[in-house]
Design a protein around this ligand. Structure first.
Ligand code: PEP
Length: 255
């Protein structure tokens, strides 16, 4: 049985006082949830302050990126060890915005995934096609390339520690959501690919989240799909009310 996850990607939003306020509200509204695994990923500048507030809560802390070296002359970068030292348990890797604006590619994603796992963090590895790739019938080829690239050289033991997020780029921040069937189809494709690359057991254990304009209004039909194990939520994670409403649907779907 795969435990469902709802993770909030705050992106480059929230000053530190705003982040503290949002976490305060989230703690209150999410307090009674115990089936769904909850994660928030504030900007680096608020990891420390929010981590203090999340100790002994049911909400885990994640970062939005990391660098694969452990320390040294890498101005502006942050290592797995540094993230752990401020209480992070998760880290988003290979988000499409990082691929688009910061030149991330399969190779850097792979190095980051390995360093996150080695450092004891759970990577949330993002994969997904752009609109023109979907329209050209290349969705599976792109997703396969992202998965093979991210997993290159990973043992089954390492794979167990990560979470995959399928995020069609055309659905991120656009208000367009993949239909539940479209999402499920790609999730199934990823699961089959993991089976081919590893084995059936690992394939059935790997958690695959969907991301792309998830809102309280569309979450129920998405979570009914058998291959969806939760969500990576962008815009709707910036308000306690909408993030809690999404988490509630997922919590309810488990009972
Ligand atoms: C994301 O950036 O991971 C995301 C899914 O964003 P949104 O929910 O805003 O589409």
């Amino acid at each position: 049985m795969r435990r469902k996850v709802v993770a909030g990607n705050w992106k480059m939003n929230m000053t530190d006082p705003e982040a503290v306020e949002l976490v305060k509200q989230l703690k209150e509204s999410l307090r009674s949830f115990n089936e769904v695994e909850l994660v928030v990923c504030p900007p680096f500048t608020s990891l420390y302050s929010t981590s203090k507030m999340l100790t002994d809560s049911n909400i885990g802390l994640g970062a939005q990126n990391l660098f694969w070296e452990s320390s040294g002359a890498y101005t502006g970068e942050v290592s797995a060890e540094m993230l752990l030292s401020v209480g992070c348990k998760y880290v988003i890797i290979g988000h499409s915005e990082r691929r688009q604006y910061f030149g991330e590619d399969n190779q850097s994603v792979n190095r980051k995934v390995k360093s996150a796992i080695a450092g004891g963090l759970t990577p949330i590895v993002c994969v997904g096609e752009r609109l023109e790739q979907r329209e050209a019938g290349k969705t599976e080829a792109v997703v396969e390339d992202h998965i093979r690239g991210a997993f290159e050289g990973l043992s089954g033991e390492q794979l167990r520690k990560l979470i995959v997020a399928y995020e069609p780029v055309w659905a991120i921040g656009t208000g367009k959501t993949a239909t539940p069937e479209q999402a499920n189809e790609v999730h199934l494709f990823i699961r089959e690919l993991i089976k081919e690359l590893y084995d059936a057991d690992l394939s059935s254990r790997t958690r695959i989240l969907y991301g792309g304009s998830v809102k309280p209004e569309n979450v129920r039909s998405l979570i009914e799909q058998p291959e969806l194990d939760g969500f990576l939520v962008g815009g709707a994670s910036l308000k306690a009310e909408s993030f809690a409403a999404i988490a509630r649907e997922v919590e309810n779907s488990t009972t």
